[in-house]
Unconditional design. Sequence first.
Length: 231
Amino acid sequence: MSCLAQERAEVLLETTEGNIRIELYNETPLHRDNFMKLVKMQMYDSLLFHRVIKNFMIQGGDLNSKHAQPGQRLGSGELDYTIEPEFRLPQVFHRRGVVAAAREPDEVNPEMRSGACQFYIVWGQVFNDMMIGKVQERLDATTNGRVQLTPEMIEVYKTVGGTPHLDGQYTVFGEVTEGMDVVDKIQQMATDRFNRPYTDVRIIKATLTKDPFKPVEKPQPKKAGAKRKRK
């Protein structure tokens, strides 16, 4: 698949709380292609949003969640491979509504490689100047000064909101284009001590609704009719 295409692939998540439409970024082709592959394999069908934290994010894609019992702790269901990080700051960052890949913590994953199937949708909060300053101090400490919030990023965090403390550490690979009201509804749901909603929120079906990278079939020349033999 070419990452030069201007159009974006699109995925529709039909959930028990409503529909969420996602566009996948061409700037992160490894994650884009992986997500498309899993959707085509129907990997996400019937999985839960198993981890929900108000004013932060909603997380889904745990393979163990399909038949999970009420109260069962979730979060460890993953595929047997990881994906190289694709940090694209300052163009792509953790503003409200983006989709990003979950991963194992730094202690066991110093390369910050993404898990194959679990993802989260950012809700976050709106920041003021003092809060932004504290986030930058936190980023300076956790990334050794590698991640610096630009004026453009700061303006988005002060108006739209998000989770800036995750920038440059988790790969953002898409954004919600429809259904933020559904994301809002889910992020406000009551949860247990493991951050799992008491009422299951299930991805009924995930569908690849637009694939601009699908090879276009060239029209085949019409076969000439067989000539009749003269008697």
